[in-house]
Each structure stands twice: as C-alpha cells, then as structure tokens.
Design a binder for this molecule. Structure first.
Ligand code: ASP
Length: 342
C-alpha cells in the first residue's frame, strides 16, 4: 500500500504564482500544485491536498490558526502516514514550535516547509523544499516506523527540530538555522538521517491528543542598554500579564542595578512567570556572572538554550494548562519536546 501524505496549505510565499496578465504575485490554486511540480507524482507517494485554510501571509498568524492546524492534524491523523505543512517563512518557527507543544504523543512526521522565492518563479527554492519535505514525511526507518516522528522544519537541504529553529535570514535561501541542536537530516545526493538526534518513536505511544488552549497573556521583553526603569515597569505591569520571556545578554546577563531586580521581584510576587533566554542566536543562559546568579535568587526561570520562538510558545502552552504555580515551575524546568538541552 502506498504511503499516504496529507499536504496542508496555509499560505506564504511558497504558494504564490505571478498573474500572467498583470505580473503581480497571487496565491496559486492549490489543486494545480502537481502541474507546477510534476515530480510530486513520481515520488510513489499518495498525496492528498488540504486547502481549507484561507491562504495568509504568515505575519497574520495567531494561536487561532495554530488551533485549527492542530485540529486538522488530529482529525486526519489516523488516515495518513505523515503530514507536510506549507507555511510562510516569517513566523514558521513560531507556528512549528507551538505545534510541537500542542500535539501530545505525536508519533508521525509533521514537516513544515515554505520558500523564499514563490513557486511560480523559475528560480524558486520551493520546488526542492516541497518535494524533499514529502519524501522525508513518507520515509520509514529499518523497523518500518516513521523515520522522523516529530514536528520539524525542512529548508534548503536541512531538516531541523521545529522548536530549535529560528529564521535567521530574510535574504539567503537557507533561511533557517538551529544553532543549539544538530540537523535531524542533511540532504545531498542522498538523505542522511541523524538517527541519534531524532526523537525515538515507540509503537506503544498513547493516542494523539491536542492542547488548543494557549494563554496569550504573555510578553517578550528584550533588554537593551539604556532601558528606562519605567519602560520595564510598564511592561511588567500590563494588566493580566501571566508570563514573560526576557531576552537577556550573552550567557543570561542583565543590569545589576537594584531597580531592575526589584521590578522583577515585584512581578514574580504578583504571580508572573519570567523565563530567561539569551539574545544570542547560539548558546544559552548559564548563571556564571553576578546577575545570572541573582536572577535565580529572585525566582526567574532559566530558559537554557531555548530559542525565543520556542520559549514564548511553550509559555503560552504551559500557562494554558492552568496548573498550580509549583506544577508550572516544574514543567518549565524540564524539556517537554526536546526544545532545551538539560
Ligand atoms: N511574508 C511571507 C510569509 O511569511 C514570507 C514567506 O513566506 O517567505 O508569509
């Protein structure tokens, strides 16, 4: 029986073709994708197309679209061997990270891809991204199970764990990077899977469940020299704020001034969770300098080497579960889907 893949189209540059009359870019009628990319028919994989989403520029994506995507995956989960999600590149790392948390007990591949150049343009990177994403979603390991049973992003010859990925370039075709976790696969003449890095699938995984309740009472605060105390105070005092991802310097460093720590202490005493991640694209937070040690002292949670995209979507997911403060802290201290090196 042929391997069955569901391709879900949500929008982004990958789905654009130029209007033959005006030359302007417009969304492709997705049923025509196989005529744009005839190679899809030669993969020996049965592909169904899901195009119920109104195509959007991914800058417009919200947790409502993430919930619909999770529901679509759940509703079709038993019918397909793997899933390919076509998504704009701008927020792909957020959506794919969010989905990695929202899909509980995932045991099948969900491969996100997109492109920097529209599919209808001759030099598009979308053709290769799309064909290889399907190949990866359909691949089996030596025991017959799915090769990559996790949420991933495939882009320009490399497959990454979704929640380790950041869009680093608005120009280069290799738009994504995963500095703190090795690629799950590298594609040259053959596809080389990094089995040691891929989440282990298990035949006894419990059924897929989805969590669609995300708490969006969160903020991402990036420190900068010269930040006024009143700016930090105002951000931390937002009504209803439940969680903050704070992007600090280097290995997790912050100003050492008392006003700074007093502001954090007050927010934490009001019940706001604060997670510390680095502004650097590689490496993580380690309490080696004075401020790092003091942050732990006032109750700031270490985000280790998480990307900001993973940290903020994970916070929405964990706060959405409405757990006790102790349970919330304990969930945030661990790695839920391989997003953080422990
Ligand atoms: N603005 C587009 C989007 O994210 C860019 C892309 O797809 O590459 O939807």
């Amino acid at each position: 029986m042929a391997t069955k893949i569901l391709m879900i189209y949500t929008g982004g540059t990958i789905g654009m073709v130029s209007d033959p009359v005006t030359g302007a870019l417009k969304p492709l009628n997705f049923r025509e994708i196989e005529s744009e990319i005839p190679a899809l028919r030669r993969l020996g994989v049965e592909i169904d197309y899901h195009e119920d989403f109104t195509p959007i520029d991914s800058s417009d994506v919200t947790p409502a679209e993430w919930a619909r995507l999770a529901e679509t995956l759940r509703d079709n989960y038993a019918l397909y061997d793997g899933f390919v999600v076509l998504h704009g590149t701008d927020t792909m790392a957020y959506t794919a990270s969010a989905l990695s948390f929202m899909l509980e007990n995932l045991a099948k591949p969900v491969v996100f891809t997109g492109s920097q150049i529209p599919i209808g343009v001759l030099r598009t990177d979308g053709r290769e991204n799309l064909v290889t994403a399907v190949e990866i979603a359909a691949a089996h390991n030596s025991s017959g199970g799915p090769m990559v049973p996790e949420v991933s992003i495939y882009f320009q010859n490399r497959l990454f764990r979704a929640n380790r990925t950041t869009k680093w370039s608005a120009e280069q075709l290799n738009a994504f990077t995963s500095e703190n976790y090795p690629p799950l696969a590298e594609v040259g003449v053959t596809i080389h899977y990094n089995l040691a890095a891929i989440a282990a699938g298990s035949p006894n995984t419990p059924p897929l469940e989805i969590s669609t309740t995300l708490n969006t009472d969160v903020a991402l605060i990036r420190l900068f020299p010269g930040m006024e105390p009143r700016v930090l105070e105002a951000a931390l005092n937002i009504e209803g704020l439940r969680g903050v991802v704070m992007q600090t310097y280097g290995a997790g460093n912050t100003p050492t001034a008392d006003w700074f720590f007093d502001a954090l202490r007050r927010a934490i005493s009001r019940g706001t969770v604060i997670v510390n991640v680095t502004q650097c694209i590689a490496g993580g937070v380690h309490p080696i300098y004075e401020s790092g040690v003091r942050l732990a002292g006032v109750g700031v949670t270490s985000g280790g080497d998480m990307t900001p995209e993973a940290a903020i979507t994970r916070l929405m997911y964990v706060l959405g579960r409405e757990l006790s403060p102790a349970e919330t802290r304990s969930l945030l201290a661990g790695s839920l889907r391989g997003e953080m090196t422990l």
